[in-house]
Design a protein around this ligand. Structure first.
Ligand code: ZN
Length: 225
C-alpha cells in the first residue's frame, strides 16, 4: 500500500484491488504521525510563499540593482516638482522616491518602472560603448551595434549579425556590472565568430581572461532569483 499527502492536505492511498476498506483505514491511522508532519510542512511552505507579497513601494522595501540590495525611501516631492526616483550607488545602496501626496501603489510602481528602464538603458549603452571601443582598439572590425533590452526567459544576451543588433536580458542588471560586461564581450565576439568554437572563446578570453569564473558566478547569482 502507498500513501501520499497532497499539498491541500488531503491523503491519497493506493491499495491493491479488493483490499478490505478496514485494512486501508487501519493503514492510514498507523501513519497519522507522518500525515500530520507532511500537512504541517505544506502549511509552513504556503505561509512562506504568502510572505513574498508584491511591492507596495513603501519605505523600507528592498530592491536589487546592479548587485546592490537597495533600500527604498519614499518622501514627499517638493511643491511644484514632478515626482521622481533616484538612487545612490554605494554600500548601503538607497533608492529615493519623491512622490505627490496620496500617491497610489500604481503611480509609485510606474515611477519605479520608469526609473529602472532608464537606468538599465544607460548602463547597457555605456557598456556597449566601452566594449566596442576595446574591440576596435584591439584591431577587430566589429560594427557599432544597435541594442535591444528586454525581459528574456532563457538567454542573457544574443547577437544578430544580420541586423547588427545585440539583445540584452534586462534581468542581468539586477547583478553586478561584471556580468553585463561578460555578456557584452561574449556577444561582440559573435561578430567575429558566430559559433562557440575554440577560436570564439579565445576572443572572449582576450577581453576577459577570467570569463569562466565570471560565467560560473553569474549562474550561481541568479539561481533561485
Ligand atoms: Zn554565444
Amino acid at each position: 500500500m502507498n500513501l501520499r499527502v497532497m499539498p491541500d492536505g488531503t491523503v491519497k492511498v493506493s491499495a491493491p484491488w479488493r483490499m478490505p476498506a478496514q485494512t486501508v483505514t487501519q493503514f492510514v491511522s498507523e501513519h497519522e504521525g507522518f500525515i500530520d508532519k507532511a500537512r504541517q510542512r505544506f502549511k509552513d511552505h504556503q505561509a512562506k510563499q504568502a510572505d513574498v507579497r508584491p511591492y507596495q513601494y513603501e519605505t523600507g522595501e528592498l530592491f536589487t540593482i546592479l548587485g546592490y540590495e537597495a533600500h527604498l525611501t519614499v518622501a514627499p516631492a517638493k511643491l511644484h516638482h514632478a515626482p521622481y526616483v533616484t538612487w545612490s550607488e554605494s554600500e548601503p545602496a538607497n533608492i529615493y522616491m519623491f512622490v505627490k501626496p496620496h500617491s497610489t501603489v500604481t503611480e509609485r510602481a510606474a515611477l519605479m518602472a520608469d526609473f529602472w528602464e532608464h537606468l538599465v538603458e544607460d548602463v547597457v549603452k555605456d557598456m556597449r560603448d566601452r566594449i566596442y571601443h576595446r574591440y576596435i582598439a584591439a584591431g577587430y572590425d566589429v560594427p557599432y551595434p544597435k541594442l535591444r533590452i528586454r525581459e528574456a526567459k532563457t538567454r542573457w544576451g544574443s547577437c544578430s549579425l544580420v541586423t547588427e543588433r545585440i539583445m540584452i536580458n534586462q534581468k542581468l542588471l539586477m547583478g553586478p556590472r561584471l556580468f553585463l560586461e561578460y555578456v557584452m564581450i561574449h556577444e561582440f565576439a559573435h561578430f567575429i565568430q558566430p559559433n562557440h568554437s575554440a577560436r570564439f572563446w579565445q576572443v572572449v578570453a582576450e577581453f576577459m581572461p577570467q570569463w569562466q569564473m565570471v560565467r560560473r558566478e553569474l549562474t550561481h547569482y541568479f539561481r533561485g532569483r
